[in-house]
Structure formats: structure tokens, C-alpha cells
Design a protein around this ligand. Structure first.
Ligand code: JFZ
Length: 339
């Protein structure tokens, strides 16, 4: 219904947060820079063995995490909502989960739920909170790495020739544990219960942001879609399954549609400030504040929303370049924004 989407249509500007244990690597594996894809893809791009990735995750300890400062940074920039990666493709949950121990509470040195205090800070400051959940790709929970196209160009792994041969013989998997269960088992034992958890344990959830529907079946999509009734006012994007289960909004990625391309659908452009979603230590290719403001104006004038991303560091701090840009946008908004 229309009312459900009203706030979203007026929002115009939101903060995307890609955060997880991939930030520990910062886009570098054994001295090799991961050139292609965002740094949140390092496990896949460098074909890091499950055991090694998990061993590193144990020491994840974001002692400087201050969710209220994140919320205020967004709010002062004129943003109305936040979408955070509750679980990205690496399968690491930023929340306490009964369905998989690969979560921040049970697996890491930090040991505390990261979504709870963020949800509280959002409520306190009147910012809507949504969750990104990678339903179709999960490289750590068995069964979540369904047959993939092989990505063989330029792997930043010293053993890439060996690994190449392995994945070619194993349908794109790079670790035997990844296919020790079926995709259906993964959906039933991890994805469905985890989506139920994030829709039950954090109060109002404004958005469920699905992603990369590779290998999704109608059956799996239906099971996940049915859970949305736990949050009657929730808004979803169009990435649960393609071509059906279209959701409420289209999600052009890193690009702003031309007026000719607009077809009356709701849309939200998601974009990085440099070239990566997750924290990439060596990516200094930051867009200027001027460009970001120009994009916001362009998008707002065409009736879309701008979901601008930050990739916090493993210690819980936000890269200085991102903070600076969000503050400068806020200064511009204070003079030129409507509300
Ligand atoms: C996906 C993720 O793989 C990525 O890590 C990040 O989370 C991003 C927001 O979403 O990447 C995509 C998804 C869709 C397209 C491109 C990259 N696309 O439609 O062009």
C-alpha cells in the first residue's frame, strides 16, 4: 500500500554500511591487493580457505564501535535511513544467531551483538533502520556456495594456478566444506532462521535489502518472502529472486538513471564513495564532496533515493575521508536542504 512507502519516497538520502570481518583484510591477502570487486569479496576473490578466514574472524574486535556517532553522522548529513549488512556473502552475522555460530557474539573476541545498539541509536534519533541480508551467497555456511560461474581472471592468491584447477573441477567451489550440504539445506537451516531472527529481535525493521539472487529457486524465495509478514510495513528491493519477486524498489548500482530510463518504478541508486563497498585500505580513489552533492541533487530531482555507502574499519571507526565528506554534505544541507 501507498502509506507503507510514504517515508521512503520522501527520504531521498540514506546511508549504506558494508561492515563485517572482511574489513580485517582491508582488500589485501598475503600481500596481494585484491583489485577486482569490493573488498567485501576478498574471501571469494582470493579463494581464502574457510578455516583461514574463520581463524582471522576470531580476532575481530571493534572496540571503537560507536553506533550513536554513526547515526548522528548520517542524520547530520541529511540522511533519513540506514541499511547495514546484517550478513554479507561471507556468511558472517553481525548479530547473535541460533542458526550459525559464525556470528559476532559466538565467534569473535568482541562477543557482543552489533545490531542491537545500532537499532537503539536509530530509534533514539528518528532514523529508520534496514538490513541487508545475502540470502543466496554464503561462503562460510555449507550449502551457501551454489554452483557459480568461474571467475578466473587475476586472482590475488599466490596459489591461483592450483586453486584454479581445483575450482574448475569442483563447480566454482574452493573449499570442500562449502558443498558438504545442499543449497536447500542452507536455506532451511541458515537463511530462513536468520532472516526470522533479524525481523524479530531488533524492533521495527524498515527495509530488507536482498542481494545477488544467483541460484535462487522459487521455493527458497517463497520461504524467505513469507517471513516479511513479521514486519508488516517493511519495504524490500528487487534482488530476492529474478525475474519474479520484484519487491518495492529497483536498485541501480553505482549509476544514476537518465530521465528516459525512468519507468515509474520506485528506485534507489546505491553508490560507494571510493571504489569499494567494504573497507579497502589501499583504495584512495574518493569521489569529491562536490560530486556526491551533485549526485544527490540529480537523483532527488528525478524522484529517486541515494543510498551512499561507508565501509567501516575492523576497529569500528569510519574512514576519515568518509566522515569528512558526510560532514561537508551536512553543511551544504543545512543551507540548501528542505528539512
Ligand atoms: C552486490 C554485492 O555483491 C556487493 O558486494 C555489494 O554488496 C553490492 C551492493 O551488491 O554487487 C552487485 C550487485 C548487482 C550488480 C552489481 C554488483 N548489478 O546489478 O550490476
Amino acid at each position: 500500500n501507498q502509506d507503507r512507502l510514504q517515508w521512503w519516497k520522501e527520504a531521498r538520502f540514506g546511508l549504506f554500511i558494508h561492515w563485517g570481518v572482511y574489513a580485517q583484510w582491508g582488500g589485501v591477502y598475503h600481500g596481494h591487493q585484491q583489485a577486482r570487486y569490493g573488498a567485501e569479496w576478498i574471501m571469494n576473490r582470493s579463494k581464502i580457505p574457510v578455516q583461514e578466514y574463520q581463524d582471522t574472524a576470531r580476532s575481530f574486535n571493534p572496540i571503537n564501535y560507536n553506533p550513536e556517532s554513526w547515526v548522528l553522522l548520517a542524520k547530520n548529513a541529511g540522511m533519513k535511513y540506514i541499511i547495514i549488512t546484517a550478513k554479507h556473502h561471507d556468511g558472517f552475522a553481525l548479530f547473535k544467531s541460533q542458526a550459525s555460530n559464525f556470528n559476532v557474539v559466538d565467534f569473535t573476541a568482541y562477543g557482543k551483538d552489533l545490531l542491537k545498539p545500532l537499532a537503539e541509536a536509530c530509534r533514539k534519533h528518528g532514523i529508520k533502520l534496514g538490513f541487508y541480508y545475502s540470502q543466496a551467497q554464503d561462503w562460510n555456511n555449507p550449502g551457501g556456495t551454489a554452483a557459480r560461474k568461474l571467475m578466473r581472471e587475476g586472482w590475488p592468491n599466490p596459489d591461483s594456478v592450483k586453486v584454479d584447477a581445483y575450482t574448475a573441477a569442483h563447480n566454482g567451489h574452493w573449499d570442500p566444506i562449502q558443498y558438504s550440504k545442499s543449497f536447500e539445506q542452507y536455506i532451511d537451516s541458515v537463511a530462513v532462521p536468520q532472516v526470522r531472527e533479524i525481523l524479530s529481535n531488533y524492533g521495527d525493521v524498515a527495509v530488507l535489502w536482498w542481494d545477488t539472487p544467483v541460484g535462487m529457486t522459487d521455493e527458497a524465495a517463497q520461504k524467505l518472502h513469507d517471513l516479511l509478514k513479521l514486519q508488516p510495513n517493511i519495504i524490500t528491493n528487487d534482488r530476492l529472486k529474478r525475474p519474479n519477486f520484484l519487491g518495492d524498489s529497483k536498485t541501480p548500482e553505482q549509476s544514476i538513471p537518465t530521465r528516459e530510463e525512468l519507468d515509474g518504478s520506485n528506485w534507489e541508486t546505491c553508490m560507494t564513495m571510493n571504489g569499494s563497498w567494504g573497507y579497502k585500505s589501499w583504495d584512495h580513489n574518493w569521489k569529491s564532496t562536490e560530486t556526491l552533492i551533485h549526485n544527490l541533487i540529480d537523483i532527488a530531482s528525478k524522484g529517486g533515493n541515494y543510498l551512499l555507502n561507508i565501509g567501516p574499519k575492523p576497529d569500528g571507526t569510519i574512514p576519515e575521508e568518509s566522515i569528512e565528506r558526510l560532514k561537508q554534505i551536512g553543511e551544504w544541507m543545512a543551507v540548501n536542504g528542505e528539512a
